[in-house]
Design a protein around this ligand. Structure first.
Ligand SMILES: NC(=O)c1ccc[n+]([C@@H]2O[C@H](COP(=O)([O-])OP(=O)(O)OC[C@H]3O[C@@H](n4cnc5c(N)ncnc54)[C@H](OP(=O)(O)O)[C@@H]3O)[C@@H](O)[C@H]2O)c1
Length: 322
């Protein structure tokens, strides 16, 4: 079958290990099923994979992609949950030490077909296109759990979203607005700041700028470049929810003094559960909120999408179609 896959790793030139071509059909273990892929969304995770982060050499070649929407074996329209937990695991699968994401241990979604545990298949509402639905399993699910799970935010709270242009960040802005929050967003780029306003941010700021008020929570996916600003933006007792470190995980200053003196909480967040994905799908179906798509490309042109993400010149999700 057709597939987009990693055949080698490179820290400095991740696209050098990207291949577009033929791979064997997926193996389907007991309790698993296959989904015919109609659309699949690109995540920063796929670039990390090409850099050798989270993916082992012996797993190569590996079909990339965590997110997909498509048709199940009975022709029903579905969304694929990307977190695969151990069959013996019970409860919140994001806490399973043996969990993996599609494209880490099991082949990913940038292909004609993907095999997944039956429980990982979630119905897609007719109101949502395959392209929109493909954006949900990683970036949008991560944003949903950051805000309403780990962030414990409620309508009326004020939240800061760092690095407005990213896939997770655009999801955070749109979902926070849909949830009745007051939304501040930062970006290094003026055009992206303007787009963040159109997307639902109440106020936008240059990266690192002083905010008019302290916020209840900061949603952090950028890491080193924005960490100090995130800590300084919080009110006493505020919370920073971190799910990514695009600019690097090694901090110049962890701001420990502020963390203890202002009694701040630093909370990690990773992906979400299958039930949270189903709730997110219902929320979007009911509210009309939809993922912002930067560009849609046929999967054969996946390399162009990877290059755009690597350059950082993106606002919203990049989606591949079959
Ligand atoms: N834990 C999880 O479950 C989970 C799930 C999804 C994603 N993630 C992680 O979250 C991060 C974002 O993912 P994504 O798919 O949204 O990536 P993305 O679309 O590539 O996000 C990139 C954004 O990060 C901001 N940025 C990058 N470098 C920056 C810098 N030096 N200074 C300030 N801002 C910078 C940019 O914002 P501006 O250009 O607007 O300034 C850019 O738009 C990644 O590290 C990813 O691995 C984690």
């Amino acid at each position: 079958m057709f597939a987009v896959y990693a055949e080698s790793f490179s820290t400095d030139d991740p696209l050098s290990g990207l291949a577009v071509g033929e791979r064997p059909d997926p193996e389907v273990p007991d309790g698993w099923t296959t989904v015919t892929v109609k659309a699949a969304a690109l995540n920063h995770h796929d670039l990390w994979s090409l850099r050798g982060v989270g993916l082992k050499e012996e797993a190569l070649p590996m079909i990339l992609g965590c997110d997909a929407s498509g048709l199940d074996e009975d022709g029903n329209e579905v969304v694929v949950h990307a977190v695969v937990s151990d069959p013996s695991w019970r409860g919140d699968e994001t806490f399973d030490p043996k969990r993996s994401l599609l494209s880490e241990r099991y082949q990913g979604t940038f292909a004609d077909k993907v095999a997944v545990p039956r429980v990982n298949v979630v119905p897609k509402p007719a109101s949502m296109s395959f392209e929109e639905a493909a954006c949900l399993p990683t970036a949008w699910l991560t944003a949903y759990r950051m805000l309403f799970g780990q962030g414990d935010l409620n309508a009326g709270d004020t939240v800061l979203v760092q690095g407005a242009g990213g896939g997770v960040a655009t999801a955070l802005i749109a979902l926070a607005r849909a949830g009745g929050l007051r939304v501040f967003a930062t970006s290094r780029d003026e055009a992206k700041r303007n787009k963040a306003l159109e997307l639902g941010a109440h106020e936008v700021f240059e990266s690192g700028a002083r905010l008019p008020v302290k916020v209840d929570a900061v949603m952090e996916t950028v890491g080193r470049a924005t960490w100090s600003h995130s800590i300084r933006a919080l009110r006493p007792g505020g919370r920073i929810v971190v799910s990514g470190t695009t600019s690097g995980p090694k901090l110049d200053d962890a701001e420990l003094t502020r963390i203890f003196f202002l009694q701040l909480s630093v909370v990690g967040s990773t992906m979400g559960t299958r039930d949270e994905l189903a709730s997110l799908v219902t929320l979007l179906d009911a509210s009309g909120t939809r993922p912002l798509i930067d560009q849609t490309l046929p999967m054969e042109k996946a390399r162009d999408g990877f290059a755009a993400m690597a350059s950082g010149d993106v606002f919203g999700k990049i989606v591949f179609t079959r």
